[in-house]
Design a binder for this molecule. Structure first.
Ligand SMILES: Cc1cc2nc3c(=O)[nH]c(=O)nc-3n(C[C@H](O)[C@H](O)[C@H](O)COP(=O)(O)OP(=O)(O)OC[C@H]3O[C@@H](n4cnc5c(N)ncnc54)[C@H](O)[C@@H]3O)c2cc1C
Length: 386
């Protein structure tokens, strides 16, 4: 018999959320991650409407606010020298990953999931028919251990071992990538999330906890490779000043308090997210360029879609293939527009009116996500056998 109903590889946005929902539904869930508990990761962290909605639905938004994450009532777009201020009907939040991921993990543990850090997954176990039956791990003492489960989920990010091991088919690929630099400053005034665009570049501000502001700049990968990667802070300041001089002046008045980090860019993809005994969620199955700041939001969305599919499958209500194909269909219907818009923004081959139109399309796509999530009833806890 399997030791666990579900084993999840990866304990961040996608994995911890999926674990939380499945544990709340009464399933025996083990989550493993090779990282340290509470560690940071290479990512800025602006949440969009559907992401904040998920945290609210799961009862976790208060913990994010209590950890000192400021709410934003406004988004400002800088298109060249023009400024468009949007008042928001509901607040947005940008919790650091050192806040968001631990809140999700704690909620998963409180719901009964077992979460183990410092555990490196080396491969998948299979039965004689090729069905995935669990994982082979190396623990922090160097021991190799086999762990069995009814379903194994890869929530292990854009370099997913699970996706590689099952050879998950790529069903759609983006053509473009944007490189990004970011760092944290104090003493920078902000009006809310601020997104700046000018042909060939983007830059902006994301206010977060500890009175810090994440300052970022996006550019074509060639510029990053030839100029910016060797001078991260200078490069960030240059791209920021070229994109939105008014924002650059405010940043110059503040103090940088963490090193500038860089991401060289990577075109997006959509992978088939399931097969016999396995499923993928988050970046492992669907990655898009960070330029639209939507990966965490979609990870929280897809955790909900996958947890529902796995719940039905584990209950035996439907054939496994039907439950998982339904997950893929719902995920793809919501993701393909976002992937295409993001790919177009990451091309930097737009004029300012064109990028404005892409942002309006993005807003429509996010409304579709909100509508789809709002329609879902809460997962019902499975009666535990006496
Ligand atoms: C520069 C940059 C900026 C971004 N900015 C934003 C933003 O502003 N807003 C937004 O919504 N999104 C943003 N994103 C995207 C966001 O970071 C991702 O979409 C999100 O982290 C996906 O979450 P995940 O849980 O799927 O994967 P991850 O966060 O990558 O987590 C995967 C986990 O799996 C673990 N793991 C991997 N392999 C193994 C293994 N073999 N064994 C054990 N554990 C393993 C890793 O240790 C890791 O903890 C940004 C990304 C980048 C690169």
């Amino acid at each position: 018999m399997a030791d666990h109903d579900v084993i999840i590889v990866g304990a961040r946005a996608a994995g911890a959320s999926t674990a939380l929902l499945l544990a709340r539904a009464g399933w025996r869930v083990l989550v493993v991650d090779r990282a340290r508990r509470g560690s940071d990761t290479l990512s800025t962290h602006a949440l969009m409407r559907p992401g904040v909605l998920q945290l609210q639905r799961w009862g976790l938004l208060d913990a994010i606010i209590a950890a000192g994450t400021p709410g934003q009532d406004r988004v400002v777009f800088h298109y060249g020298d023009d400024r468009v201020d949007l008042e928001l009907s509901s607040r947005l939040y940008a919790p650091r990953r050192t806040v968001l991921d631990p809140v999700l993990v704690a909620a998963a543990e409180d719901s009964g999931a077992v979460v183990r850090f410092g555990v490196d997954v080396r491969g998948l176990l299979r039965d004689p028919d090729g069905r995935v039956t669990g994982i082979r791990v190396r623990d922090r003492h160097g021991r190799t251990i086999e762990l069995r489960s009814r379903m194994t989920v890869g929530a292990d990010g854009r370099r997913s071992l699970v996706a590689r091991d099952v050879d998950a088919e790529v069903t759609r690929r983006g053509a473009n990538a944007a490189a990004a630099m970011y760092g944290y400053w104090t003493g920078v005034e902000t009006a809310g999330y601020e997104w700046g665009f000018r042909p060939g570049r983007s830059a902006g501000l994301i206010p977060t906890g500890d009175a810090r502001v994440c300052v970022y700049a996006g550019m074509p990968p060639q510029r990053f490779a030839h100029e910016v990667r060797y001078d991260p802070e200078g490069g960030l300041h240059r791209v920021l000043a070229e994109t939105t001089p008014s924002v650059a002046e405010r940043v110059a008045a503040g103090q940088r308090v963490e090193p500038v980090r860089g991401f060289p860019g990577m075109p997006g993809w959509l992978r088939r997210p399931w097969g016999p005994g396995w499923a993928l969620v988050g970046d492992a199955g669907y990655f898009k360029d960070p330029i639209t700041a939507h990966g965490i939001t979609d990870a929280l969305r897809d955790a909900e879609l996958l947890a529902r599919a796995l719940d039905r499958l584990l209950r035996g209500d439907v054939e496994p293939a039907d439950a998982l194909a339904d997950y893929e269909r719902r995920r793809d219907a919501l993701s393909i527009p976002l992937l295409e818009i993001t790919d177009a923004v990451a091309s930097f081959a737009w004029t300012l009116p064109e990028v404005q139109r892409l942002h309006l399309k993005m807003s429509d796509a996010m409304q579709q996500e909100v509508d789809a999530l709002t329609e879902l009833d809460p997962l019902v806890a499975r009666p535990v056998a006496a």
